[in-house]
Design a protein around this ligand. Sequence first.
Ligand SMILES: [Zn+2]
Length: 461
Amino acid sequence: MTLYNTLTRRKETFAPIAAAAGLYACGPTVYSPAHIGNMRSYLFTDWLRRALIFGGYTPKHVMNITDVGHLTDDGDAGEDKLQKAAREKKLDPWAIAASVTARFFADADALNIQRPEVVCKATDHIPQMIAFVEGLLEKGHGYETSDGIYFDIATFPGYGKLSRLDLDAQVAGARVEVNPEKRNPFDFALWKKAPREHIMQWDSPWGKGYPGWHIECSAMGLQYLGERFDIHTGGIDHLPVHHENEIAQDEALLGHPMVNTWMHGEFLLIDGGKMSKSLGNLYTLGDLEERGYPPMAYRYFCAGAHYRSKLNFTWDGMDAAKTAYNRLLAAVRAHRGGTGNASVEPYAAQMRDAVLDDLNIPKAVGALWTMARQPERTQAVYDAALAIDRVLGLRLDDAGPAAGQSGPDTLPEGIRALVDARQAAKANRDYPEADRIRGELKGLGYELTDTKEGVVCKKIS
Ligand SMILES: [Zn+2]
């Protein structure tokens, strides 16, 4: 398996350090619901996790929940995002964190994103973060100011290596420094002293306060994956500040790198531009559902671009993805039980090679289409599609009944084939044919209902 390492700017053959492949993924900051751009990043990590399993590795996947310390500007200026949301909504920050976290996992489930082995909240690991900061201070990598403890980047010559930042050029540039007590504009907060109104605060050797955002991931990565682990993922927006700072903290404390491979998912653009609250184009999965696009159609949409490419979201693109996804399901399922002789092995090899080649999901989907489009109905095509779906996660085997309903798998063969044929007709917008088949099923004693989750077929008693 090869993976592209942002640190070396190269594709590298993956060789895990130990039996379990350690994977740390920067998780959500739970102050407001995740938008579809955030979810694209978690889909990327899910494809990575699934490809690791497919490649024969056993991942130990750790994801944090940032429920304190992430400031409004990603650096160490501004206000804590949760504190701000709590103030604006006149709610308790703990309640906001709990409800946004629950919604995040509901969205992840709807997208068929697998749960990590470890989900860890920042607020549950304050002692580990304090110990990490104390370790950095003991080694001379930090200093105290009136508002917190800062990392002194002058003590870490490797600073900027991930983003290949030219520090001198940056410092000489027009960056306005808001904090005159900092020795270098790139020094960053390890720990912030809390103003009295800050609701989330803890005792520390430096008085009451709360952790910086970057120390959270360093401390929890160390806690669950140890001093050296395999892969760290995040969005491309994490690269220049958050991950650069994590590397500085890790290596300053340990004296060696903690992470072998850094991987980053590219941005989702909206109508060719940036998403922003002020433009009103921060869509959530719920917004998509309201407009008639099921979550799985969004997963399929994201499968159309490599994770290292920008992906442009448009409603037309979403329309096309929804139609294509339904057609793919129909095309694959039409092969179930088929006794034909369609070609399988060359496509199976192409799909396998693609997903193990730095997660080339779009290429695998392309090969899947070519295989499924073959006219001869062949069970082996269906089996091969299901095998690669362990990575793609497109729920190719689920004929779409709502949970708990009598699904096509419990239906007699002939009925199941009719349901599939009707879905295929519907996906192809051949509505007269779809209606005809629905009538035929009714004549045979079966009723079809279209639900939000898909079609449900029930025997009329
Ligand atoms: Zn992180």
